[in-house]
Design a protein around this ligand. Sequence first.
Ligand code: ADP
Ligand code: MG
Length: 724
Amino acid sequence: MARASSPTRARQTDAERVPASVSESGAKGRLSGPQRALRRLGLLRPIDLALHLPLRYEDLTRVQPLAEARDGDEALIEGEVLACEIQPRPRRQLVATLAVAGGGRCTLRFFTFYPSHQRALAVGARVRAHGELRGGWAGWTMVHPRLLSADAPLSDGLTPVYPTTAGLPQAYLRAAVARALQQADLSETVPAEALAELPSLGQPAWSLQAALAFLHQPDPRTGRAALDDRSHPAWQRLKAEELLAQQLAQVQARQARDALRAPVLRAREGGLPQQLQAALPFALTGAQRRVLGDIAADLARPTPMHRLLQGDVGSGKTVVAALAAAIAIDAGWQCALMAPTEILAEQHFGKMVQWLEPLLAPLGRSVAWLTGSQPRAQRQAMLERIAAGEAALVVGTHAVIQAQVTFARLGLAVIDEQHRFGVAQRLALRQKSAGASGVEPHLLMMSATPIPRTLAMSVYADLDVSTIDELPPGRSPIVTKVLAERRRPEVIERIRAQVAQGRQVYWVCPLIEDSEALDLRAATATHAELTSALAGVRGPHGEPVRVGLLHARLPVAEKKAIMAAFAAGELAVLVSTTVIEVGVDVPNASLMVIEHAERFGLSQLHQLRGRVGRGSVASVCLLLYSAGEGGRVSEAARERLRAMAETQDGFEIARRDLAIRGPGEFLGARQSGAPLLRFADLQTDEPLIEWARRWAPRLWASDPARAQRHLQRWLGGKIDYLKA
Ligand code: ADP
Ligand code: MG
């Protein structure tokens, strides 16, 4: 009997070591392992622990007879150990057989085990085992069950299982949470009228205190489904609280920003923006005019703009940026335009020179170019022009935000493909402020990856968003087909036909993680294959057809030369591993082949596809997939390919991407400055998000102290990110 209790002894000892509170032990200077782990999880104050809610629950309230069991049940069983031995094959494992109380036998298997397991499972001992019951041909089995003492009284509530980290045992967490629930201030911060508007919180709505007490220790008679899917009113209450905190944080961020000063940028009648519009070879679309109106209104206000311009690939964001720059320049300020890659930045530079230089030159001003790879002397000259204010517009890569760059009067910063930059970089650009004038520049971010509605309403609620929801006229839709790799010969046949008509083709090979060398080999092989397949094919003017190869290891100058040759039509086919150069603009390209399309993310695929269909010719995107070693394409990959074939709408793509990946990944590691929601789910909790959006400004206005208390409770010291 004594032996059987050994696996649980560790639990009890851990529990005994729980300090009265983390801060108390912190005062003594040295933290124990679990205390340090609590810190790592950000569980510093009693309220943090009180809000650390279980991931799931275990039912240790009763011992289940095998007669009632179904395959896959999570169950607590009790029995006497009949046999216990180490089996060397097929994999070394500890195998014990239990004669289960109430009849029947169950095999317990452990692939990792310690002497404590063997002691607990000594023949003749009585133990309890908790785990998933599997009913196979060989009878009931549990793999890696948790062993518990058969002497201890059964729990009277469901046992919470908390999110944890190495060195922080569940028992320690449970005890720490129980104590924190006593210590934490759980007074209400959400107005009762607000709660009354949400029937899903139960009527009358659960108090915070009751909801927390319940979620940490639910009544075992509660339906497990409502706990597991978090639809239970107590869960709803916590999600509503969390979302309200998030919205309050956004209200606060917006207020902080509104307290900053920015230059008032207003174009003169007949000034640069009008001249530029008149000189463009096309008329703006209605959507472009509308978003430009939003931007112009922001620029004319004395507080910094913080606007995201989203628009699908090819929707024409660049010209909007140029017009915004023209407004700033016309008002006597400078503008910076930053793009994530050199090729993209250079394309922008080319466009800006083409559009703006004819207008700037008579004024003695110009467009400057800044990148990490440019010759030193050239760079120095650029820096001087920027500092002197002669450079009205500065286009470049990250080089634009480096310390040596000093603007005379920076009034507007534009960041293209903003999701590719981190919070820190955005901040750095904003801090390149207007020097002596002591004001902040306006900030315009552009993205071809639209933010799904629920994210825009929550995580990004402090951004103003303008959307270009219309493509320039004359674009033809892109037909997308998903093909198995074995149909490669057909694909090559299609390429021959296209290039013979003078059309151009992109062929994208995937980046293989951590192995540029392998990428390069795959791309080189494809390049050779296409070169030989197209040998002898002639273009419409009898010219031989050439295939180019672009990959990450090429020097920038060579990459540029290859891109330029493709843009000029000298290369008919461009094989590329560089998936990063979104936005390249070659209207004559009408066929895009993506090899191993199953390896790309959905928004990446969408962005790549957006490089064709830019002219008036009907375009095609072929997604070649191949099953991996296991002979199968993962379900998520299949979902992505299906989404690509089914829709071309960037918003729908973003929505599906969010559904496939979840918001954490959607935002990407670079965005991790934004605290993600722990409890609320952007897919299912839209009504709660809307509710929080309505109430946050009201609470902020009517009872700021209470609003602050709510914010502090939920975000504690983690609100720094909002300053970005
Ligand atoms: P994105 O939004 O993907 O950055 P771009 O700004 O690169 O798109 O625009 C794609 C192409 O469409 C460019 O060649 C651009 O000059 C052209 N374009 C932009 N606006 C219009 C318009 N209103 N009418 C016709 N062509 C346009
Ligand atoms: Mg673009």
